[in-house]
Design a binder for this molecule. Structure first.
Ligand SMILES: Nc1ncnc2c1ncn2[C@@H]1O[C@H](COP(=O)(O)OP(=O)(O)OP(=O)(O)O)[C@@H](O)[C@H]1O
Ligand SMILES: NC(=O)c1ccc[n+]([C@@H]2O[C@H](COP(=O)(O)O)[C@@H](O)[C@H]2O)c1
Length: 320
C-alpha cells in the first residue's frame, strides 16, 4: 500500500539561517522521514513565510525539479527559472518544488550526504528567488516591493522515497497542502527533466513485472513534462533534432506496442538547453582536480562556498 503523506515533520527551520546551520535540523528531519510511512515531505519553504497553506489563491501549477543535487549546478537553476518564466502570470501564485529522492533509481547515496544536498538546495532556492524577483527580499516581505503576495514565487524543498516519476507524481497529489483552499483541487505538476531523464522515463526496464509503459498513465493523465535538451562535451546525446526523435516516435504512436500512448506527446514540451555543457559529475570532477575556475563556471557562488567550506567532493569518489 502506498504510504501516507504528511506535513508532520515540516522543518523547524523557519528562520533565515546559514545553510550549514540547517544541517542538524535536516539530519533529524531525514531520520524522522525514513522511519515514517510518509512517501513525500516538504522540509523547508523559501520564503519562510510562504508554506503551501498560507496562500489564499489556488496554486494551479507546481513545477517539480527532481534531482540528486550532488551538487546543484547552474543548469538546475536555468531549467527551473526558464520553466517559471514560461508560466509567469501576475494573478497566480507560482510554486517550485526542488525534490530530492532518498532512493535513486540508479545511484548510491554518496558522496555528499542528503543533509548536505538539502543545505545546497536551500542555496539554489534562494538563487532562483533572487533571479525571479530581483528586488524582493529573502524574508518574504513583499509589500514594500509593490508586488501582491499571490503573484510571487515560493520554493519548497522536499524529499521523496520513490525513485520513479509516476510514483512521485501520485505522492505529491496525495499531499493535500497544495490543494485549493475552496475546491480541494490538486494543482497540475510540471516535471522538469533533462533529455537523459526522458530516455529513462520511457525505458520499460524500470517498470517490472510487465515491463510496459502503462504505469506512466498515472503521470500523463493529469500532469506534464518539460524536457530540456541536453548538451554534452562530445556526442553523448546527439543534436537537438536527434533528441527530438524520441518525442516524435511517441507522437507517431511508435511506442504503443510498449504501452506508450501517442497522446502523451501533447503533454511533453521539448525546450532548448543553453550555454556550456554542465553536469554535477563535472563539478565533482572539478573539485577533485582542484579546478575552481571550472567549478565557478558550473555552480553559483553560494553553492561553491558551501562545497569549499564543507570540504565536499574532495575525496576520490566518482559516484553520483
Ligand atoms: N545541463 C543539463 N541540461 C539538461 N538537463 C539537465 C542538465 N543538468 C541536469 N539536468 C536534468 O536535471 C535533472 C536532475 O539532474 P541530475 O541530478 O541528474 O544532474 P546531473 O548533472 O545529470 O547529475 P550527475 O552528473 O550526478 O549524474 C535530470 O532530469 C537531468 O536530466
Ligand atoms: N523511469 C523513471 O521514473 C526513472 C528512471 C531513472 C531515474 N529516475 C529518477 O530521476 C531522478 C534523476 O535521476 P539522476 O540523478 O540519476 O539523473 C532521480 O530521482 C531518479 O531516481 C527515474
Amino acid at each position: 500500500m502506498r504510504g501516507s503523506t504528511s506535513r508532520l515533520f515540516r522543518s523547524a527551520a523557519r528562520t533565515m539561517q546559514s545553510p550549514s546551520a540547517l544541517l542538524p535540523t535536516f539530519h533529524t528531519s531525514l531520520q524522522s522521514f525514513a522511519s515514517s510511512p510518509s512517501t513525500f515531505l516538504i522540509l523547508h519553504t523559501i520564503p519562510i513565510s510562504a508554506p503551501p497553506s498560507s496562500t489564499s489563491s489556488q496554486i494551479k501549477t507546481v513545477h517539480v525539479l527532481d534531482s540528486s543535487f550532488n551538487p546543484p549546478t547552474r543548469a538546475h537553476l536555468r531549467i527551473a527559472l526558464s520553466a517559471l518564466q514560461s508560466t509567469r502570470n501576475a494573478s497566480k501564485p507560482q510554486r517550485l518544488l526542488l525534490l530530492l529522492a532518498t532512493q535513486n533509481a540508479d545511484k548510491a547515496p554518496r558522496p555528499a550526504t542528503f543533509e548536505q544536498r538539502l543545505a545546497m538546495m536551500t542555496i539554489l532556492a534562494q538563487d532562483i528567488l533572487d533571479q525571479y524577483h530581483p528586488t524582493a527580499t529573502s524574508q518574504g516581505s513583499t509589500a514594500q516591493n509593490g508586488m501582491h503576495e499571490e503573484s510571487l514565487l515560493a520554493v519548497d524543498i522536499g524529499v521523496t522515497k520513490y525513485p520513479y516519476f509516476h510514483d512521485k507524481a501520485i505522492s505529491i497529489d496525495e499531499f493535500k497542502s497544495y490543494a485549493g483552499p475552496a475546491t480541494g483541487e490538486q494543482p497540475q505538476q510540471v516535471h522538469l527533466l533533462g533529455y537523459d531523464s526522458l530516455i529513462r522515463l520511457l525505458d520499460t526496464k524500470y517498470y517490472p513485472p510487465d515491463h510496459t509503459l502503462d504505469p506512466l498513465s498515472a503521470l500523463f493523465n493529469k500532469h506534464r513534462i518539460r524536457v530540456t535538451r541536453r548538451m554534452e562535451d562530445g556526442d553523448k546525446y546527439g543534436t537537438a533534432e536527434e533528441q527530438d526523435r524520441m518525442w516524435e516516435a511517441l507522437a507517431r504512436g511508435e511506442r504503443e506496442s510498449e504501452g506508450g500512448k501517442r497522446e502523451w506527446a501533447e503533454r511533453i514540451e521539448m525546450v532548448e538547453g543553453e550555454g556550456e555543457a554542465m553536469s554535477s559529475t563535472k563539478v565533482r570532477e572539478g573539485v577533485g582536480k582542484g579546478d575552481w575556475a571550472l567549478v565557478e563556471r558550473l555552480v553559483g557562488k553560494g553553492v561553491r562556498e558551501q562545497v569549499q567550506g564543507e570540504g565536499l567532493y574532495v575525496a576520490d569518489d566518482k559516484e553520483g
